[in-house]
Structures are given as structure tokens and as C-alpha cells.
Ligand binder design. Structure first.
Ligand SMILES: C[S+](C)CC[C@H](N)C(=O)O
Ligand SMILES: N[C@@H](CCS)C(=O)O
Ligand SMILES: [Zn+2]
Length: 341
């Protein structure tokens, strides 16, 4: 489907219809790169792999497609022109790396489509599955590389204009690079949501976008700003086709969906993390603080019934999680007596 033209809201509705009502988003990219051997103890975090190991990025995208994802999110979360500059890359080279993040995801999609058509990997029964490539834009806090996307406190000196200047060129490059939509992810505060909304208008971005906030109390976004005020910003922005929550513990998701529903009729997306805690100094996850994969997947039906229609996973979720989500949603739609593959 041509997701980049026409009425963005109608296109999202058509996409959701095509996938049977609820789309599967992929799982954690950075943490799965680590599971595949990448060392992300670096200010660029996952964006380091764009320089050193693009083949791993393609491999992880492909694993999520094979697990059932309808949306794959690019490796540009912490890829910024400013971050690459501090590593000695020119503006042109940095923009090429951003474009490369979209190309790698598209390559994985092409490989997956070809495998489907040839019947490899047990995909012979599914026609070409509709897959969207969402270009990730992580927050200014992600670029700071100190876990600030979990505090949302940028200090009084950071203004909306600073944030718009910070994000403008990256947004333009990703939007023109062949992605189907922009995924503004892990948005920690209202100021950054406002900056994104203004940029989408002013920079005349032609592809749709989603806004995804994170929360650490199940009530507000991580900075303490009101979730409903943040969601209202997304609701008023005509290029925004879905709004929701990511990188937030599963136990908070149900309540957050109910709050979001009160202020928007746009499709609600959720892709929680595993519930584990991130140690930003060590750039490591504190293990054994999260939920099991089985528990995570057992929530899927509740989240869907509460109103989420794009569901996936964020940090520390894996292709196994996404396979579980995909199967749980297929079971919901199965006609009694029919078997689910
Ligand atoms: C969502 S957090 C785990 C991303 C990584 C963080 N920006 C850092 O660089 O430590
Ligand atoms: N899309 C990013 C989000 C980090 S919070 C990732 O999965 O690595
Ligand atoms: Zn995350």
C-alpha cells in the first residue's frame, strides 16, 4: 500500500483493516542487537551498529518480520546528525547514515517478501504480508545518552525552538528517505511533543507519524507532564495517525490506554518494555526486575479489548515476544474449531 500519500487517517484505517484490525509492531531493536553480540556501551547506543554492523540490524528486522510484525522500526532512535558529528562524520555522511537506517529496514522487508513468495520459512500460506517501515526518532534525551528519556528533564535553558532545531534536519532526511511513517518514540515531556507537532507542519513532512510517550507511574509521562495534555497535542495534529505508549512497564499499560481513550479517537498503539530497569551509567539492564515473556503476552488480549490496535514490544522484548503477540491476536480472531498456525 502507498502509505505516503492521500488522507493519512484513512490510510491508517485501511492498514488496520488489511491486517485484521490489530497490527503487530516489532520488539526491542537495540536490546536484540545486543543479544546478537553488539556492544552498545556507546553514546550512539544502537546507532553505533549503523556504522559498525548494519548486517546485524537487517538480521534483527528480519527476525521480527518472521515472528509476525507488520511494522518494523528503524535503527535511527539514537542516530542524530549532532551525535555523528561528535564522532567526526560530516553532515553529508551523517545524513547518509540516517538514510541507510531506512534502506536496511526496506531491504529486510524485501527479503521477507521474497521468502514469502517462494514459500521459505513456512510463509507459503501467507500472501505478501503488509509491512510498514517506521522511521524512529528518539528524543533529545536519547541523544544525551544518559537515560534522560526516562526523566524528561532537560532544564530551563532548553526551549521549544532549540528542540525544533535539534530535530528538524533528521526528520526531513528520514521522511524523504523512503519510510512509510515516522515513529516519534519514547517522548518524555510535553515540550518535545509540541516541538514535533510544530515541525510536522512547518517542515511540510509528507508522510504520517505516530507519537509514543513513556510513563513510569502509569499516570503521567515520565517528566510528570500530564499524559492527557500530551495526547491532546497528538490528537490536534493532522499528520499524526496513531498515539500511545512505549518503553513502559507492562503493568501500567491498561490504565494508560483507558486515559488515552478519553482524549483521542485516533488509533492507540502500545509497545511496552519488559518491565526491567535501565542503568544509564552502565548502559545495562537490571535483570530479574521485569515480567516473563508469558506474562507479557498474556496481557495482549486485555490491551486489545481496552482499545489498543497496534501492539508490540520495546526494550528487552524479543522475537519470541512478538511471535507470542502475533499468535495471541490470531487466536482472538480465529473462528472456533479452526486451527491457528
Ligand atoms: C531507551 S534507553 C534504554 C536508550 C539508551 C539511552 N539513550 C542511553 O544512551 O543510555
Ligand atoms: N526503537 C528503539 C526504542 C528504544 S526505547 C529500540 O527498540 O531500540
Ligand atoms: Zn525502549
Amino acid at each position: 500500500m502507498e502509505f505516503g500519500s492521500g488522507d493519512p487517517q484513512a490510510l491508517m484505517r485501511e492498514f488496520l483493516h488489511l491486517v485484521g484490525g490489530c497490527a503487530v509492531i516489532d520488539g526491542g531493536l537495540a536490546t536484540e542487537l545486543e543479544a546478537n553480540g553488539a556492544d552498545l556501551n556507546d553514546p550512539l547506543w544502537s546507532a553505533k551498529c549503523l556504522i559498525s554492523s548494519p548486517h546485524l540490524i537487517r538480521k534483527v528486522h528480519l527476525a521480527y518480520l518472521e515472528a509476525g510484525a507488520h511494522v518494523i522500526i528503524t535503527s535511527s532512535y539514537q542516530a542524530t546528525i549532532q551525535g555523528f558529528k561528535s564522532r567526526g562524520f560530516s553532515p553529508e555522511e551523517s545524513e547518509d547514515l540516517l538514510r541507510r537506517s531506512v534502506e536496511i529496514a526496506r531491504e529486510a522487508r524485501d527479503i521477507f517478501y521474497n521468502d514469502c513468495l517462494r514459500g521459505y520459512g513456512g510463509h507459503s500460506d501467507i500472501k505478501k504480508r503488509t509491512v510498514l517501515v517506521a522511521a524512529s526518532i528518539g528524543s533529545y534525551g536519547a541523544y544525551l545518552a544518559d537515560g534522560s528519556e526516562y526523566s524528561g528533564h532537560y532544564g530551563k535553558d532548553v526551549t521549544i525552538e532549540n528542540l525544533k532545531d535539534f530535530h528538524r534536519r533528521r526528520l526531513e532526511v528520514l521522511a524523504e528517505g523512503g519510510a512509510d511513517l515516522i515513529a516519534f518514540e519514547t517522548i518524555p515531556n510535553k515540550l518535545e511533543a509540541q516541538a514535533y507537532a510544530e515541525l510536522l507542519e512547518e517542515a511540510n513532512i509528507r508522510i504520517p507519524a505516530w507519537f509514543s510517550f513513556n510513563s513510569k507511574d502509569g499516570v503521567n509521562v515520565v517528566s510528570g507532564d500530564s499524559l492527557t495534555e500530551c495526547v491532546s497535542i497528538a490528537d490536534s495534529c493532522k499528520r499524526v495517525v496513531a498515539v500511545g505508549i512505549n518503553c513502559t512497564p507492562p503493568r501500567f499499560i491498561h490504565g494508560l490506554i483507558l486515559s488515552i481513550k478519553k482524549v483521542t479517537k485516533k488509533p492507540i498503539l502500545i509497545y511496552p518494555n519488559s518491565g526491567e530497569r535501565y542503568d544509564a551509567d552502565k548502559k545495562e539492564w537490571v535483570v530479574s526486575t521485569g515480567v516473563t515473556n508469558e506474562d507479557f503476552v498474556s496481557y495482549v488480549q486485555v490491551w486489545h479489548e481496552a482499545g489498543a490496535c497496534l501492539i508490540g514490544g520495546c526494550c528487552r522484548t524479543t522475537p519470541k515476544t512478538i511471535r507470542g503477540i502475533s499468535l495471541a491476536l490470531q487466536k482472538e480472531h480465529a473462528i472456533p474449531g479452526e486451527s491457528v498456525p
